[in-house]
Design a protein. Structure first.
Ligand SMILES: Nc1ncnc2c1ncn2[C@@H]1O[C@H](COP(=O)(O)OP(=O)(O)OP(=O)(O)O)[C@@H](O)[C@H]1O
Ligand SMILES: [Mg+2]
Length: 723
């Protein structure tokens, strides 16, 4: 690329006073000349002026806010070199390429460069008058003594004008993406005392901000913070458990949006492949992208997407960091992200051109359980030290904010902004999230979920009983089983070391690198978890069966959960007088008899299914079931039932169960003499326990019948469209 002639004004600026160097007029001219943008955005100018005057500056700007400009303009306004620290080679490559295309002398140093290319850069740096204006490096390189001594030489020659730390939140262990190598940047100040430091990030809560400033030993730093608000992004959550087919819903949505550029994030590689295949089959131009593909494949997917040959990319979180495509119209999370910070960063890749865009999150109960499992185990891979427990606790607390975003009522935008410590006025959103635009619809959706899932908080804003942080305390009160016990027994499955090393090596080789740290861990853990369940099915004879065994403690906790559900059922039904403890014990026994040998997963599901059934069943059905189970297990449970319904003698014939296997123990049917006609038997026709989606759909159907038909169906229809 041909080098652009230097802006004539540049030379003049260099000779003028500091104030003139920092004048808005001069800086805007540089911006227009090199970047063709008419004016600065947000607080860019303030940041640029601060560092040019020699002051440290902490710059918190939203994703896509234009942080890079805050160090690129100073590099052009002042003689000397701007050192830029970046967490990813892909990010450096992209920026350097874009700058070179504009004729700006930028380079990066990384392991991916050939020895020749590196030598050329070093020669330039060692020369009397280096031509390089921006030098991008990794934090790891800065930590090497060789490179530090090179930097000191440049500094001693008065050629180091600014140190910019991009994605500065990586410094803080409180941040969502802590990188230990970033921590070592704390030595920069003592080695290079007078060089101003500019720290840039889009995602830092106040605690992280302070940590960054302290670690870098920034002095009297100008703290520039713009709102995290992304007014051009519409936020919406859809509930997988209320949709008949989430794949179809997404596919219809994408088709209705036309030929737009989309990123879909999935938790697992297999899900990326699967969803991508499904969307392609429905005629959507689509490709999967994840670390499981080889370099060539990934590069080709990326190139096709950047050049608009492919419209939709279905990817793991490895995708998108540092990819500056401005016209992404939808960022869809097909699985819940691990924290609000990750969600903000990923959804923030939509609408970097400031045009209307959408963040669409599909929330599902299974996804929540899976993520909780992963987060609980990410700290326990190697040790159970207090540090690792603390980090697990932090991860789960962070995840809880995401749950609140999905399960809570109220403005989504407000939830995002408040999670970053911002005060938000009620009018800020202006109907740019589903909760504010369609409050009744969202409320009804949450109600559906609440009715289905909640045992305790009738009408409360939280759908599920147990928050992640509650769960850490060790209680298993959620209707939906959590995997604490499995997690504690599955450490060897989680540390899948060989595979882990292979992934790490692949990452190191790959051109577009995945972020190190938690994301990588997540990836390994996902596979470990899959393997765990595979083993659960295939290694029944091996020692893994023990891990899958159902302990007394677990059975006790299931009984407790069932008892809670029974209490709720009793309150709801008003008139039943159920002997709680014995009934819970009966129901648990029923689950255990049926699935105790099959393993925890099935047992858990059966308990959950029974609890779900208890939230909707009527008195007769409840009594019938308890009595039937009682008969089957020869336990005396419900004194009240004994009075109101004459139980058959133990030897008496009992009606053949007409329900699905899902419902109650087969033991009941086993004691029926085959020659006894059903009509003569005691009427114990048990209601089938619906699956989750059957349950939700039946509620909808009931509601439709009860005169709300028109309103509700138009609501459901609306629900499937992004507004
Ligand atoms: N003043 C400006 N006017 C118009 N466009 C701008 C301006 N400053 C930057 N941009 C453009 O905005 C886009 C986003 O900029 P940039 O990549 O620096 O954002 P960022 O704040 O670093 O985002 P992220 O947190 O995602 O890294 C880029 O395409 C950039 O060229
Ligand atoms: Mg950036």
């Amino acid at each position: 690329m041909e080098k652009k002639s230097p802006l004539p004004l540049n030379n003049a600026i260099a000779n003028k006073k500091k104030e003139q160097l920092c004048s808005k007029e001069s800086l805007v001219k540089i911006l227009r000349w090199h970047f063709r943008y008419p004016d600065f955005r947000g607080m860019q100018l303030e940041a640029i002026q601060a560092v040019l005057s020699g002051r440290d500056c902490f710059c918190l700007m939203p994703t896509g806010g234009g942080k890079s400009m805050c160090y690129q303009i100073p590099a052009l306004a002042k003689t000397g070199i701007v050192l830029v620290v970046c967490p990813l080679i892909a990010l450096m490559e992209n920026q350097v390429m874009a700058l070179k295309e504009k004729g700006i002398a930028a380079e990066f140093l990384s392991s991916t460069k050939t020895a020749d290319a590196k030598n050329k850069i070093h020669e330039d740096l060692d020369s009397g008058k280096p031509s390089i204006r921006l030098l991008y490096v990794t934090p790891e390189l800065i930590a090497t003594p060789g490179f530090m001594s090179k930097l000191k030489k440049i500094y001693s020659r008065g050629l180091l004008s600014l140190i910019a730390i991009d994605e500065a939140h990586c410094i803080s262990s409180w941040g969502h993406d802590f990188r230990p190598s970033y921590r070592k940047l704390s030595t920069l100040r003592s080695h290079l005392p007078d060089v101003p430091i500019l720290a840039l990030t889009a995602t830092a809560v106040p605690k992280v901000q302070k940590d960054v400033v302290d670690s870098l030993q920034m002095q009297n730093a100008l703290m520039l913070k713009t709102s995290f608000n992304r007014p051009n992004i519409y936020y919406e959550v859809r509930y997988k458990d209320l949709l008949e087919d989430a794949y179809a819903d997404l596919s219809d949505t994408l088709k209705s949006m036309g030929d737009v550029c989309v990123i879909i994030y999935c938790l697992e590689r297999s899900m990326c492949d699967d969803l991508s295949a499904h969307l392609s089959q429905s005629g959507i131009s689509c490709a999967a992208y994840h670390a499981g593909l080889n370099n060539k494949m990934r590069t080709s997917v990326l190139d096709d997407w950047i050049s608009s040959k492919t419209k939709v990319v279905v990817a793991t979180v490895a995708f998108g960091y540092g990819i500056d495509r401005k016209d992404v119209r939808i960022v869809c999370h097909f699985n819940i992200p691990k924290s609000m910070e990750s969600f903000y960063q990923e959804s923030g890749r939509a609408g970097r051109d400031q045009l209307p865009s959408t963040s669409l999150l599909y929330y599902g109960v299974d996804d929540r359980k899976r993520m909780e499992f992963i987060l609980r185990n990410s700290g326990s891979k190697k040790s159970q030290s207090s540090n690792s427990q603390e980090s697990t606790r932090m991860s789960l607390t962070a995840f809880n904010q995401m749950l609140e975003y999905c399960e809570g009522s109220g403005c989504r935008r407000k939830k995002i902004l408040e999670s970053f410590g911002e005060q938000v006025t009620a009018s800020l959103c202006g109907k740019t999230c589903d909760s504010c635009r369609h409050p009744n619809l969202v409320a009804r959706n949450l109600e559906d979920l609440t009715a289905a899932c909640s045992l305790r908080q009738k009408g409360g804003s939280r759908v599920f009983i147990t928050s992640s942080t509650d769960a850490i305390v060790g209680e298993q009160l959620s209707e939906f089983w959590n995997r604490d016990e499995e997690a504690s027994g599955s450490e060897e499955d989680i540390s899948d070391l060989d595979e882990g090393n292979e992934v790490v090596n692949n990452l190191a080789r790959s051109k577009v690198q995945s972020r190190l740290g938690i994301n990588e861990k997540l990836d390994l853990l996902q596979r470990a978890e899959e393997k765990y369940y595979r083993n659960e099915n295939t290694n029944k004879q091996s020692n893994k069966v023990d891990k899958n065994a159902i302990s007394d403690a677990l059975r006790g906790s299931s009984r407790q959960r069932l008892q809670n559900a029974l209490k709720q059922a009793q309150e709801r039904l008003g008139d039943s007088k159920i002997e709680m403890e014995a009934s819970a014990s009966l129901l648990e026994d029923e689950c255990y008899k049926k699935y105790g040998k099959t393993g925890k997963s099935f047992y858990y599901s059966q308990v959950a299914s029974t609890i779900r059934w208890l939230t909707t069943t009527n008195s007769d059905n409840l009594m019938n079931r308890l009595r039937a189970v009682d008969v089957s297990s020869s336990l005396n449970v419900i004194s009240e039932v004994e009075h109101s319904l004459t139980p058959p003698p133990a030897s008496a014939p009992c009606a053949k169960e007409e329900t699905s296997n899902e419902v109650s123990g087969n033991a009941a049917t086993e004691i029926i003499p085959s020659d006894v006609p059903i009509e003569n038997s005691f009427n114990t026709n048990l209601p089938p326990i619906p699956s989750f989606s059957e349950f939700v759909n039946s509620r909808k159907a009931k509601r439709d019948q009860s005169g709300d038909t028109k309103k509700h169906s138009s609501r459901v229809e609306k629900k499937t469209r992004i507004q």
